[in-house]
Structures are given as C-alpha cells and as structure tokens.
Design a protein around this ligand. Sequence first.
Ligand SMILES: *Cc1c(COP(=O)(O)O)cnc(C)c1O
Length: 394
Amino acid sequence: MKRIYMDYAATTPMLPEVAAAMQPYFSHKFGNPSSIHSMGQEASDAVEVARGQVASLIACRPEDIVFTGGGTEADNHAIKGVCLAGRERGNHIITTAIEHHAVLYTCNFMNGVGFDVTVAPVDKYGMVDPDDIRKAITAKTLLVSVMHANNEVGAIQPIEEIARITRRAGVYFHVDAVQTAGHLPIDVDGMGIDLLSASAHKLYGPKGVGMLYIRPGTRIVPLLHGGEQENERRAGTENVAGIAGFGRAAEIALAEMAKEAARLSGYRDRLIDSVLGRVGDSYLNGHRTSRLPNNTNFSFDFIEGEAIIMYLDADGICASTGSACSSASSEPSHVLMALGIPVERARGSVRFTLGRWTSEEDINKVVEALPRIVEKLRAMSPLVKEKCGWINYL
Ligand SMILES: *Cc1c(COP(=O)(O)O)cnc(C)c1O
C-alpha cells in the first residue's frame, strides 16, 4: 500500500539533491575542517558554502550563524547562553505557553537555577498578544523568547510587533523559527530578531543539524566548550556532511518557498473546509488565516486522537495527535491546553501537516477516510452515548 505522509511538522524526508550533497563527506572528502592541509580545507570550504546558503534563508551575514546539533540545541544555546552571560544584569526571562519543549523546559531549568520566568498566555486561536510581553518586561528582563509559528496548531506570531517592544526595552529577542525557516520569508534585521533557531530536518535536510543566528554584539556564552570551532561559539568537530546537506536544503527551500507555500495553503484550506463541512462536532484548532501554509489541526468530540491515528495508519495515512513530542504520553498537549480547549476535546485532536510530496489525490484520500473513521469510532464511543442519553447507567 502506498503510504500518505502527513506529518511534515514532525520531520521531513530528505531531498535526493540533499543526500547527494552530503555523500562526498561520508566518503573521500572526510577531512576535519580544523586541519590545515588540503583535505581539511576541502571540508572547511563545504561548511562555509553551507553557512552562506543558510544565511540567505534568513537574510543575515554568514558569520552570524552558528551550526548546532539541531533545533533543540539552538534553543538551549540561545536561552542558557544569554542568561549566563547576563546574570550580573538581570535574572528574568519571558516566554509563551505554546513554545516547543526545547524552549519551555530550558526556561524551566533556568528557573531551577535562580532565574524568574514569565510565561505569557495565548488567545483561543493560539496568538500571543504583544501587549502581554510589554507588560511582563521589568528592569531585570534579559530575554524574550517567542516562536515564529507553532508546531502543533500552526499559529504565526506577530514577531515584528514583539520585536519593536523588546528593542525599545533593550531586551534580547529570541525566535524559535524551526517551523518557518525554509517555509516563510524571514529577514532578521527587518523583523528585529536578535537570536533565531532553525533545524535542517524540518526543511528537507538531515536530522541532527541546525543553527543559531546571533546578532553581532549579543552578550552570549557558548553551550559547549572544548575547541575553537564555529568562531569559538560551539566546540566540537563539525558535522560536515550534515552541514553541507543543511546548506543545500536551505538553498532549494529558498528557491521554491513562494510556489510551495501557495500550493500547500490551497490544499490546507480545502482540507479544512472539507473536514469541517463533512464531520459534525469537529473543530479547527489554531488561527484560520495567521497559519502555516502546511498545517491543519482538528478536534473531534467524543473520540480519542490516538484511535483516529491508528485507523488512519491502517488506511496508509500517517498523521499525528497534537504533537510528536507528546504522543508518547497520554497527557493532552500543553499547546491545546493553552488555547483553552477543554481536555476531552483536546484528546480528540489530530494534526495533518503537508509538504513536498503531498498531492491533490492525497487530500482527497484523507477527506474520504476521515469522516468514515470518525463515524466508526463514534459508534463505539461511550462518550457519544452518554451525551445522547442512549444509555442510562445505574
Ligand atoms: C522540531 C522543533 C524543535 C526541535 O528541533 P530538533 O532539530 O528536532 O531538535 C524545536 N522547536 C520547534 C518549533 C520544532 O518544531
């Protein structure tokens, strides 16, 4: 059976061109970029070409990019690095309730070592109110961290407005752009961003490589010590093949961004309209328009998201409940909770995220399968019977 992959927010397949760009660094071009000889130079050149390609994606200078071991490391570096460098000046950080755990858990860790953390709320569409950020800033605030777009519900945040507030207050602004880099236009100067995280495997590159943009002059310390690599900002021999792949993936993403966003947002809107039109007691989670071109997230009353995913999987459709990170636990997603969605409804949520290999036919298959699956599960659900008063217990 041909499988339909609709979990591009969890990870993306690598493009063949990306694998091809990596291949030489797994074989004959194996030099260490720190070596002075020609084989070292060859590897170092590959890293610098990739730095330029990744810089183009966010319109910054190549030298302001630090390659990391992924989005999680970039988030950790930004938050811990700014906090540790600034602890003489302040001890307060501000973030939001819908951040990825890479940000939230890092803030929580900093809280454990003496930093105060303010977690700004979101509205029922998953949008941060810049005014909440403004009100939270104190003389002790070092950093504000707000994601560009949410990985579960796709809500795109008012980054420029928040940046105007942080700029005026003299507070650093970190943006987790893992879901948007390579998918939406980013201009770190135009948008007023001081630190930005991205990850290769969310833009058709390899897993285990990412980057942190650091605005020149930002007071930040390294996360890893032990070598002079990455301009003394990230010790350890570079993941040359991974970085080369990241660069090539960034180059292709930039070239195809506008076309791909237009194509996917068309599919997204058709999927949303069809599902809400065909399935009763169904809801769209997130904002209708300020939304990632490839994201849909629905709740279906009376049934469990896990059960829907299993039935979809049996039909060859790979989707996700809330988010990949929380699917191992039965706790409802912290993001859906932050949107104020009732727990029972949040449990019945499914995310379909589209991408490069999504076709019109795939959308049709989901639109056909989903109402059938929801109906079958509801027929078995004790919740729906309770609601309709079909069974009187005791
Ligand atoms: C995937 C993701 C991360 C983590 O990136 P990794 O490269 O998988 O470590 C961080 N933030 C967001 C918003 C993500 O979607």
